[in-house]
Structure formats: structure tokens, C-alpha cells
Design a binder for this molecule. Structure first.
Ligand code: PGU
Length: 409
């Protein structure tokens, strides 16, 4: 008799983004002819950089010939790509060895799968609000009790609130935790952790032999040179942190799919000496995953080449101009806005304390703008709404004009 993983039944709601898509679709079906402005999911809209396209085409061409055809690659990713990733870290004065880098199909898989190399009794701490994958994957793995519909929290998870008064970066947990998820630049608040803020967490983790899982998927959006783009810029982080990153947002690979994780050999826990967690992750990946597409890995290396970086930077700058348009537009309407300086998300306070989903529905109904309700990222997101800067310029401008013209305050 087969039985199901009953932990899935503990999940409080469906995955956030399909629910948003469902509401937008229902609205569109009820109002045919109405143009929806999509500033909801953080999905890229600009074409790939020319160097990337050429590399993808060349790689596909090589597969068309017997003497240049290749099949399965190294489980941890093609060496040329890992070298390019290592060199990019080196520019930030971070030394990472090739066998500490694991190429993947994106940061969602890595940030979701990484928990499988840790014991079921580990206590998880998350920023609240947070990208829902960190919580949901731990619920599925059985590290929580059921969802409390009143508090909006799962028993067994330590929520680290990120509010206006702590600049959307959490205080250290007051109880002992084992795995700490941090995301900077942050989804959804757009806050970027400073070196001092990360240092506090690195020191805490080293003291308690806890592990930080650092999601740097938006690091390319940092323009302020003082802000860290990798947790390994913090001394000692190689002993206590895993980092995940992605080409999705920096190079427009949301559909192409490519990312990487770094598991340093110097990373340790109470029961794992140096190299153990690195070996476990290799074991996990080589068993469950046959590597990212070889064609795509050439595209990734092209995105990291000097020319590719210039081209990708121009696209990042384009999205950041959208961020300014959104923030200026919302601010001029009197909404308090955060983020959008070194991150592609604007985190806006709803007017008069309106609940996130109510404001989401109002923006959809009155201005035909799709956003993401803050409460979907955790209870501390209640009363906020997230705007994505990844839209097309014209559609971002039309969305703001529509909000100005039609939103009844
Ligand atoms: N990590 C963070 C913090 C993210 O916000 C996202 C995407 C990912 C990882 C996923 O990166 P991939 O490399 O493409 O796997 N967040 C988007 C898309 C929603 C989703 O379901 O992933 C968002 O709108 O929040």
C-alpha cells in the first residue's frame, strides 16, 4: 500500500505565484479586452545578450556534428563555467575552489534541495517575509508542525521579522537555531544587507555551528560598491555558509535555466568535519541531478565574459530604471516605498493599513496591475505589496499611469 508524504498536507496554501496567476487569469476572463500590466512575478522580459545568444547557437551547432557532439557532462558542471564563476568571485577577493562550485538549473532548485543534506531535527530560521521556497521545502521535509492560520506561521520554524524599524534586516534569533536562510538583495523587501549586518550572523553561526544558506540570486543588482555581493566577503563565512546564485535575473535565464551553489570544504557543523557537507552535496546532486544543459552552460560562460557582462549590465540597468519609475510613481501617490535602489523589487506599504491581498485585488480591479501581496511571503509581509521591476519599460510606465489615473484612495 503506497502512502503519501503527509507533510505536504501541512502546507498552508498553494504556491504563491500560481495563486496570483490564477486571480489575474480569472480577472482577464471576466473582463475581455482589458489590458493587464504585469508587475507581479519577478520574471525577466528583455531579450538575451547577443554574446549569450551566439554562444548558445554555437553550442547547439557543435552538438549537430559527430566529432564535436558531447553527452553527459560533469555532475558538478562544466569546468570552463566553474572557472568563470570562480574568476567572478576572485574579482571580489573571494577565493573559491572549483570543487566547491556546483552548477545547477537555478537557485530555486538549490535553495529548495540543500536542506536534504541536513538532519530532520535541525531548527530552521527564516527572514519574515521571505521567498516561500525556504519555508515550503522544509515543511515538505517534515521539519515543522502544522500551519497556524491565525499567526500565519508554522510551528517549529523560527521567524525573524524584517520591519521598517530594523531596516528590513533581522535581529539575531533569541533561541538556538541550526539553519538560517538569508537573502540579499532581499526578495521581497529589496533591502540589501551591509557587511556589518552579515558579520553579526556569520559570528553567530560560527559560535553555534549553525549554517547560513545565503541566496544571492539578485547580487547583480547591487551598484553600491560598499555592499557585499557574496557572503564570502565576510571573514569566516567559508566555515558557516552555503551560497546559491543564478543566471536568471543577471542574464535573463529565467526560461533558459542555470544557477550554482557554493559549498566550501571548510564548512563545518557539530557532526560534520571539513569537506563532509561538500561531499554530501556532491553525493546528493550526482544521485538526483544529471547536470544543467551543456548548451546553456556555454551561454552562462558567455554571460560572464567581459563582453557578456557589459551587455548583461545594460539589461540590469534597464530594469533598475524601471525600479525608479515604479518607486517615484508610488511615492508621488503618497505610498511609503522601500527597496529598488540595489534590488529589482519595490516593497510598498499599503495605504491605511489595508491587507495585502485586498490591496492586490484593488490594484487588479481598478488599475489592472498585477503585483504580489506581501503577506504571501510571511506574516510580517502583511500590509505590504511587492512590485517587480522586471517588466517591459512601456508596460511599467503604463502600469504607473493606470495606478495614477484609476486607483481610488
Ligand atoms: N531565489 C530567490 C530569492 C528568488 O526570488 C527567485 C525567483 C529564485 C531564487 C529562483 O531563481 P531561479 O534561478 O530562476 O530558480 N523568484 C521570483 C520567481 C518566483 C518563483 O517561483 O521562483 C519571484 O517573483 O519571487
Amino acid at each position: 500500500m503506497a502512502t503519501i508524504n503527509i507533510n505536504y498536507d501541512k502546507l498552508g496554501a498553494g504556491y504563491l505565484f500560481p495563486e496570483i496567476a490564477r486571480r489575474a487569469k480569472a480577472f482577464a476572463e471576466k473582463h475581455p479586452g482589458v489590458e493587464l500590466h504585469r508587475l507581479g512575478i519577478g520574471d525577466t522580459t528583455q531579450p538575451l545578450a547577443p554574446s549569450v545568444v551566439r554562444a548558445l547557437q554555437d553550442a547547439a551547432e557543435r552538438l549537430s556534428k559527430g566529432d564535436t557532439y558531447t553527452g553527459y557532462g560533469d555532475y558538478e558542471g562544466e569546468k570552463f563555467l566553474r572557472e568563470a564563476i570562480r574568476d567572478a568571485y576572485r574579482e571580489r577577493k573571494v577565493e573559491i575552489e572549483l570543487d566547491e562550485i556546483f552548477v545547477s538549473d537555478g537557485a530555486k532548485s538549490d535553495s529548495g534541495n540543500i536542506q536534504t543534506i541536513f538532519g530532520p531535527e535541525n531548527i530552521i530560521a527564516v527572514q519574515d517575509p521571505a521567498y516561500p521556497v525556504y519555508v515550503d521545502t522544509n515543511v515538505m521535509a517534515g521539519r515543522t508542525e502544522s500551519f497556524n492560520t491565525v499567526t500565519g506561521q508554522y510551528a517549529g520554524i523560527v521567524y525573524m521579522p524584517c520591519h521598517e524599524h530594523n531596516d528590513f534586516f533581522p535581529e539575531l534569533p533569541s533561541e538556538k537555531v541550526d539553519l538560517i536562510y538569508l537573502c540579499s538583495p532581499n526578495n521581497p523587501t529589496g533591502a540589501v544587507a551591509t557587511k556589518q549586518q552579515l558579520t553579526q550572523f556569520v559570528e553567530y553561526a560560527r559560535q553555534l555551528k549553525a549554517v547560513i544558506i545565503f541566496d544571492a540570486a539578485y547580487s547583480a543588482f547591487i551598484s553600491d560598491a560598499r555592499l557585499p555581493r557574496s557572503i564570502y566577503e565576510i571573514p569566516g563565512a567559508d566555515e558557516c555558509a552555503i551560497e546559491v546564485n543564478s543566471f536568471s535575473k543577471s542574464a535573463g535565464f529565467t526560461g533558459v535555466r542555470l544557477g550554482w551553489s557554493v559549498v566550501p570544504k571548510s564548512l563545518i557543523t557539530e557532526d560534520a568535519p571539513a569537506s563532509k557537507l561538500n561531499a554530501l552535496w556532491y553525493r546528493r546532486q550526482s544521485t538526483f541531478f544529471n547536470g544543467a544543459s551543456n548548451i546553456v552552460q556555454y551561454g552562462g560562460a558567455a554571460a560572464l565574459s567581459p563582453k557578456g557582462r557589459r551587455e548583461c549590465q545594460a539589461i540590469v540597468d534597464y530594469y533598475m530604471q524601471n525600479a525608479r519609475i515604479i518607486r517615484d510613481g508610488l511615492t508621488s501617490l503618497g505610498l511609503a516605498c522601500f527597496g529598488g535602489d540595489n534590488a529589482p523589487y519595490i516593497w510598498a506599504k499599503t495605504p491605511n493599513g489595508v491587507r495585502s491581498w485586498d490591496f492586490f485585488d484593488k490594484l487588479l480591479r481598478e488599475a489592472h496591475v498585477v503585483t504580489t501581496p506581501g503577506s504571501g511571503f510571511g506574516p510580517a509581509g502583511e500590509g505590504f505589496i511587492r512590485f517587480s521591476a522586471f517588466g517591459r519599460r512601456e508596460s511599467t510606465e503604463r502600469a504607473m499611469a493606470s495606478i495614477r489615473a484609476h486607483l481610488k484612495t
